[in-house]
Design a binder for this molecule. Sequence first.
Ligand code: NAG
Ligand code: NAG
Ligand code: NAG
Length: 419
Amino acid sequence: MSKMLLLLVLLSLLSPAAEALDNGLALKPTMGWLHWERFMCNTDCDTDPDNCISERLYMQMADMMVKDGWKEAGYEYVCIDDCWPSHQRDAQGRLQADPKRFPGGIKKLADYVHSKGLKLGIYADVGDKTCAGYPGSLGYYETDAQTFADWDVDLLKFDGCNLKWTLIGDGYIKMSNALNKTGRSILYSCEWPLYEWDFQKPNYTAIRETCNHWRNFADVFDSWDSIKSILDWTASHQDIIVPSAGPGGWNDPDMLVIGNFGLSHDQQESQMALWAIMAAPLLMSNDLRDICPRSKKLLQNRQIIEISQDPLGKQGYRSAKGNSFEVWERPLSKNRLAVAVLNLQEIGGPRGFAISGIPGWKICDPQCNVTLILPQYKEMGVQTKDSKLILKVNPSGTALMTVTPISHNFGKLYWKHTN
Ligand SMILES: *[C@@H]1O[C@H](CO)[C@@H](O)[C@H](O)[C@H]1NC(C)=O
Ligand SMILES: *[C@@H]1O[C@H](CO)[C@@H](O)[C@H](O)[C@H]1NC(C)=O
Ligand SMILES: *[C@@H]1O[C@H](CO)[C@@H](O)[C@H](O)[C@H]1NC(C)=O
């Protein structure tokens, strides 16, 4: 190891990212399924029984997750979003599931999901109502945390609607403490910064101490415009948000919409690649009972998931932009680098991008080994800093690769001794 590298390693050991919430969870970005983008607040089980928010939906998704290889690929949490509760709390002031749509109750649903080797997520809100108008947790933080723990829930998505912004941080911290007090490890997914950005710069040190991941920006939609707006927001705030990500706490750019209606296959590849580069939670919102094989293969792509779950736990960032291309890079364990080259030109055909134009390409001095992952797996072999390789990238598609430096320390030492 060079002296410079040693110094960098020592420095990074001495000054780790701010303390993460200490509940032992989310040491890698969370993987699972979340109902919102695809199923929203559909409570009409009479005319739409297959798609309404009901215990049946989550049981079927859990079944599919086991049966179709999702669990094996790493997807673990089956998550309920808004619109699950009854409009009234029970006589003891506790939240209760809508009795018609969840006749077995949440505890039984959790048992079912656990019996499949999966975990169950639930949803609540820091304010006095959820975003869709169901009972909020304001004034009930400890009661609700205890209720979720009693039901053996494994994850809480805590939304930020219907509370004055100045009280948001305090509310999120109180719920975090209430969850801790239950003694059950419950992964805590927050929207604290999203509800603060309009008014002030959020305190990411405090957020990382409080939450396992946090939404920063608007809800994802099933459209390329939405994906682009999330990438733009992330890149333009990366100096603030990237350092706050690491094992135990992650920036959350919202759900994967791969396998739905709005994205071309190239755009789906771009979302998958960039979510891996951003060390984002991989929470799919789609219908696992009816998903196109190509989308399924992409979501289960082992090499992309390895980038997402890389043990170094560093979030990537946009490193260059120009000529309607963007280059994003993520440092990986063993000194490797993941690189995504995104073609933002939405006219014409595939365009060429010279690989030596990648800012991090200096790791190829003297040599590196390049493995292309998207648009198709291909071992590109040993390259140098002067590599003449040209990547072909489709409109709104992404080329994704890993780059492994090949060091020649031994050769250099030998050279010195013989001179
Ligand atoms: C509660 O917090 C303490 C101190 O941060 C931590 O050691 C403990 O593991 C936490 N317990 C749970 C259930 O999260
Ligand atoms: C941010 O939060 C941290 C941890 O809670 C605190 O120590 C620090 O003073 C806060 N910073 C600002 C600018 O409020
Ligand atoms: C380059 O990477 C590929 C894929 O990981 C591997 O099979 C191959 O042995 C590597 N080549 C070198 C020279 O390291």
